[in-house]
Structures are given as structure tokens and as C-alpha cells.
Design a protein around this ligand. Structure first.
Ligand SMILES: Cc1ncc(COP(=O)(O)O)c(C=O)c1O
Length: 370
């Protein structure tokens, strides 16, 4: 009897959109690369030194499952100071992606529904699906504000979780405290936890980033180091919860023991140094890049000025994003079609984590296409 080599699960993931972009891109000579999902600045020297020192000093074996003791203490301190929590439970994860997998594994049963504002970070959709969960998308077009009414209307008795990602990938939207309080009210009414993905928390251009975790007890915080310090390859993130959410952190820790085992040990040590490292200068530079991009595109495109992260989600001419992206790539600008992050294909994502000269060059080319 012929046996299938691959599981059905693999068929649930469709990477064709992004593969097509990269296949087209491979043929280009010196393209403007607006597709990169990480900062363009180099890792701060003190962090490189801390990682090298950690390796030299022998921090090369497994750490505790939950993470390096010193790093855990620092992260708990941050949750107390910045979120006003009493007794935080924290787990160090292999990137925020590792945290997402463990969080969904810990909470989602087949048939459970997860409410996800659309557009969304693409991993949510595929991992929820792989676990047999059902994604319930709620449109945040065209303003990309948190769609609180839509979320309230989408709640059913199968709703297990609401995902909030601010600053947002791919829109760059930063939700206000008022919006977050409104969604917390909806969640509280039904006793639904909120997973708050705060990986871009440092990249906030109009004042400090509000977090639902400050006032909603059933918040599960996922945070990361990769984007803040340009160390995406170090695979470091954390998950934190208080009150009833401590049980989720404990479950995630149990699951980590038999999957990731631990986050990379020397980089966990270096992350302690990262927590003392100032990145405000980079953030200021990115605010200027955002303005350079948005001002440059404003006359030719419909673009909501993003408040954070390093992305803009721009409306494609005629609402036909894939067709427009193919033209952009043929003209040497790499952008990503909206259907990679959405159930719609009307917008495209620009990452402005690149040099000012490249932003200007890319804007000139894109303007020439409309
Ligand atoms: C919103 C969001 N969450 C999570 C991640 C994953 O981050 P990590 O590299 O820490 O796994 C990303 C990466 O692009 C992201 O944009």
C-alpha cells in the first residue's frame, strides 16, 4: 500500500505568494529592497561582546527550560515596573514565533475559534490551523484601527482567544489605550484571554506604546529581542502572564521541555545586557524614515501614516495588489502583496528599514508606476 510521505498539516500552509515574490526578486540586479522584516542597523557592539563573552565563559549548555535565571528575573522586573503586575510568570522562548507555537499549543483545541484582526502576522493563521483551530478574521480596513465592534460581533461560545498585535505587522498601526480598553471590555464580558504580540513595542513614534496587559488580567504577553536590537537570528523572545494566565505560562513551559528544550543559552545571557541597551536613536531614525516614505508616496497612493513598527500598508492602484507588486518587482522594487498577510489582496507592504537613499529611490520608482 502506498503511504503518503507528508502529513495533511503541510497542505494547510500556503507559501506560494511569498515564494513567487522571491523567485521574481532573484532575477533582479540591485533592487530596492522594501521586503525585509528586520531592522537595518547593526547589532550594538556591547551586545556582540556580551554574546561572545557568554560563549567564552561556558554558557553553551542547556539552560533551565523556563530560561536563564538572571534573564527571567530581569523580565519579571520589567513586567512589574512597566505593566504594574504583582506576580508575573515568565518563559524565555525561541523567538516570538516559538512563543506563539507554544501559546497556541497550550490553549487551542480542534474546533476552537481564534479572533484575528485582518491584516495579520501570517504565522498566527497557519499555526492556529495546524492545531485544528479556526481563524475568525475581522477586517480592520481601511483605517487599520483595532476593529472592536467587529471583534465583539465575532465572539461565539467557541471563541478561545483574541489576538492583538500593536505596533502591527503589516500595517504599522499602534492602538490607543482607549481602543485596547474597549477590546478588553469585550474579552472580559466573555472571559476570553487576549494574546498581545508586542514584538515591535520599541518602535513607537507618537509616544509610549499602550498595552492591554496593563489593565486586562487575562493578557498573555509575547515580547521579543530580535527586532529591538537587530538580533532576529539569535531567536529570543519571552511570554508572560499573571493571575489566571500563569497556568498558560506553566503549560507552555511544560511543552517547551519536549519541543524547543530551551532558548539559545549564550544569547539568553547576552539578552541581560540588551535590557540595559538604549535603542532610542534608532527609533528616532525610523520615525524620520517613516515620514520620508509616507510624504513621498502621499500624492500618488492612499497610505495611512503608521504610528509604529517599520512597515506601511499601501493601497494598490485598482485594489489589485498582486498585479501591482509584479509590476513593481519588474521595475526593481521588492514589496510584498497584501494577500500574504490578509484575506484580501488590495494593499502591499513596504518595509522602510533601509537607508534614506534607498527609500527615495524606491518611492521614485513606485510613483512612476501609477
Ligand atoms: C508581529 C510579529 N510577531 C512575531 C514575529 C516573530 O518574531 P521572531 O523572529 O522573534 O520569531 C514577527 C516577525 O516578523 C512579527 O512581525
Amino acid at each position: 500500500m502506498k503511504k503518503e510521505l507528508l502529513s495533511d498539516r503541510v497542505g494547510l500552509v500556503d507559501a506560494s505568494g511569498i515564494r513567487k515574490v522571491f523567485a521574481l526578486a532573484a532575477e533582479l540586479d540591485n533592487p530596492v529592497n522594501f521586503s525585509i522584516g528586520q531592522p537595518d542597523f547593526d547589532v550594538p557592539e556591547e551586545l556582540k561582546d556580551a554574546a561572545i563573552a557568554a560563549i567564552r565563559q561556558g554558557a553553551n549548555r542547556y539552560s533551565q527550560t523556563a530560561g536563564d535565571e538572571q534573564l527571567l528575573e530581569r523580565l519579571k522586573g520589567r513586567m512589574r515596573e512597566e505593566y504594574g503586575w504583582g506576580e508575573p510568570a515568565v518563559l524565555v522562548t525561541s523567538g516570538v514565533s516559538g512563543g506563539l507555537l507554544l501559546a497556541f499549543m497550550a490553549m487551542i483545541n480542534p474546533g476552537d475559534e481564534v479572533i484575528i484582526p485582518d491584516p495579520y502576522f501570517v504565522i498566527y493563521k497557519y499555526v492556529v490551523r495546524m492545531l485544528g483551530g479556526k481563524c475568525v478574521f475581522v477586517s480592520s480596513y481601511p483605517t487599520f484601527r483595532l476593529p472592536v465592534e467587529g471583534i465583539a460581533a465575532a465572539v461565539t461560545d467557541r471563541t478561545k482567544l483574541i489576538i492583538v498585535n500593536s505596533p502591527n505587522n503589516p500595517t504599522g498601526a499602534v492602538y490607543t489605550e482607549q481602543e485596547l480598553r474597549a477590546v478588553a471590555e469585550v474579552a472580559e464580558r466573555h472571559g476570553i484571554p487576549i494574546l498581545t504580540d508586542e514584538i515591535y513595542e520599541r518602535f513607537c513614534y507618537e509616544g509610549p506604546c499602550a498595552s492591554v496587559a496593563r489593565f486586562y488580567e487575562r493578557s498573555l504577553v509575547l515580547g521579543g529581542f530580535g527586532k529591538s536590537y537587530g538580533i532576529t537570528g539569535w531567536r529570543l523572545g519571552y511570554a508572560a502572564g499573571r493571575g489566571p494566565m500563569r497556568a498558560v505560562i506553566e503549560a507552555m513551559t511544560k511543552l517547551q521541555q519536549y519541543t524547543f528544550v530551551c532558548a539559545p543559552t549564550p544569547f539568553q545571557r547576552a539578552a541581560v545586557a540588551a535590557m540595559d541597551c538604549e535603542v532610542g536613536g534608532y527609533v528616532e531614525a525610523y520615525r524620520r524614515k517613516r515620514d520620508l516614505l509616507c510624504d513621498g508616496l502621499a500624492e500618488a497612493f492612499e497610505v495611512v501614516r503608521p504610528g509604529g513598527a517599520f512597515y506601511a500598508f499601501v493601497r494598490a492602484p485598482g485594489d489589485r495588489a498582486t498585479a501591482f507588486v509584479e509590476r513593481a518587482i519588474k521595475n526593481n522594487v521588492l514589496v510584498i502583496p497584501g494577500n500574504v498577510f490578509s484575506e484580501w489582496d488590495t494593499h502591499f507592504r513596504i518595509s522602510y528599514a533601509t537607508s534614506d537613499a534607498e527609500i527615495e529611490r524606491g518611492v521614485r520608482i513606485l510613483r512612476g508606476l501609477v
